[in-house]
Design a protein around this ligand. Structure first.
Ligand SMILES: [Zn+2]
Length: 329
C-alpha cells in the first residue's frame, strides 16, 4: 500500500480512516469525519494561492510569443508548482499532499526534448493547480444548494443528477487484507487518491449518500451540517471570545428584529448579488468579457463582512463602516 504518494482511504458512513504516504513513507494515519473534511476544506483561504498561480501561468507563455520554450522556463514552472503545493501543505496537509503528488506524477514523463513536450506538461501542471479553485466552487455550490431543498431526494433530482458528469470519475481501489479502522485481518476496500478533485468529489459523493442536511449559518455566513435533526439555525464555530455562533447569535438576532434595519437587508442583497457574480464568472469558463470574481474572492468578502455585521449589531462599528464593507468586494 505504500508504493504511491497520495492518500489511501477506507470509508464507513461518515467515518473514514486515511493513510497518507509521502516518498514511500507512511507519514500519517488518521480518522476523519467526511462531513467535517469537506466543509473544512472550503474554509481555507486560497486568495494568495490564486495570485501565485497567476504568476505561474504568466511564466508558461512562449518566449517568442509563438512556440519557443526553454528548459529553464520549464524548471521555473515546475519548481514554482511544487513550492505552491508545499505552501498549501503548511495549513492544509491533505491538499498539499494531493497537489504535490499530482505535480510529481506530471513531471515523471519522458522528455523527448521537443517544445511540444514541455508545453504540454506545463499546461497540465497549470490545469492541476487550477483544480482546487474550480473544485471548491463546485463543492460549495452543491453543498449550499442542499440548504435550499427540503428533502434529500429533491436536491439529488434537481441539482446533482442534472450535472452528473462532474461526478463521473474513476475511483481506483484495492482490496487489502486488514481493516484500516481496527487493524484486524479482513478483506477491505481501500481507495487511493493522488489528485485533489478526485479526492474531494469522492468525499462529496460519500457525504451525499448519508442524506444529511447542510445549512448556511446566518451569523457567520458559513456552511455547516446540523448535528441533529432538530431545528438548528446557527453553527458551532467559535467566532468570538470562545463563544460560538449558536451562543451569541440568538441575542443578536433579537436586536436585528427590533431594528428592522435597512442595512441588514442591504447585506443580504449584497450576499446574493456577489454570489451571482461568482456563478457568472465560473460558468463563463474564464471568458474575458465576464468580470473576474472567483469563489475565493467571494469567500474572503463574506468572511469579512459577516464579521463586521456582528460587530455592527454589537454596537462596535458604525453604520458607515458596515455599509462600506457591504459595498466593498
Ligand atoms: Zn456560524
Amino acid at each position: 500500500m505504500t508504493d504511491k504518494n497520495g492518500i489511501y482511504l477506507s470509508v464507513d458512513g461518515d467515518d473514514a480512516v486515511r493513510v497518507i504516504i509521502e516518498n514511500n513513507i507512511k507519514i500519517q494515519t488518521d480518522r476523519i469525519k467526511i462531513s467535517e473534511e469537506l466543509i473544512g476544506e472550503l474554509e481555507f483561504d486560497l486568495s494568495n494561492y490564486e495570485a501565485v498561480l497567476d504568476r505561474i501561468i504568466e511564466e508558461t507563455e512562449p518566449l517568442d510569443g509563438i512556440g519557443e520554450y526553454s528548459e529553464e522556463q520549464f524548471s521555473n514552472v515546475s519548481n514554482a508548482a511544487l513550492e505552491l503545493a508545499d505552501g498549501v501543505r503548511e495549513n492544509d496537509l491533505t491538499s498539499g499532499i494531493l497537489l504535490r503528488a499530482t505535480v510529481n506524477k506530471l513531471l515523471d514523463f519522458e522528455d523527448d526534448g521537443t517544445a511540444m513536450c514541455l508545453m504540454t506538461t506545463m499546461s497540465n501542471i497549470v490545469d492541476a493547480l487550477r483544480e482546487p479553485l474550480d473544485t471548491r466552487y463546485i463543492l460549495y455550490k452543491y453543498l449550499k444548494s442542499r440548504s435550499e431543498f427540503d428533502t434529500h431526494e429533491e436536491w439529488l433530482w434537481k441539482n446533482i443528477l442534472s450535472e452528473g458528469y462532474f461526478f463521473r470519475r474513476d475511483y481506483p481501489y484495492e482490496i487489502i487484507n486488514y481493516d484500516l479502522f481496527t487493524n484486524e485481518p479482513k478483506l477491505s476496500q481501500v481507495f487511493f487518491f493522488d489528485n485533489y478533485a478526485d479526492y474531494f468529489v469522492f468525499l462529496f459523493l460519500k457525504f451525499a449518500k448519508q442524506q444529511k442536511r447542510v445549512l448556511e449559518c446566518p451569523c457567520c455566513g458559513k456552511l455547516f451540517v446540523p448535528k441533529s435533526n432538530r431545528a438548528e439555525i446557527y453553527c458551532d464555530r467559535i467566532i468570538v471570545d470562545g463563544k460560538t455562533c449558536k451562543q451569541i447569535a440568538p441575542k443578536l438576532a433579537r436586536k436585528l428584529k427590533q431594528r428592522n434595519d435597512p442595512l441588514l437587508e442591504e447585506y443580504e442583497r449584497a450576499k446574493n448579488r456577489n454570489y451571482k457574480r461568482v456563478e457568472r464568472f465560473e460558468n463563463s469558463g474564464g471568458s474575458r468579457t465576464v468580470m473576474r470574481y472567483t469563489f475565493d474572492d467571494y469567500k474572503a468578502w463574506l468572511d469579512k463582512v459577516s464579521e463586521i455585521k456582528r460587530l455592527y449589531l454589537q454596537g462596535k462599528v458604525t453604520a458607515d463602516e458596515f455599509k462600506s464593507a457591504i459595498l466593498s468586494s
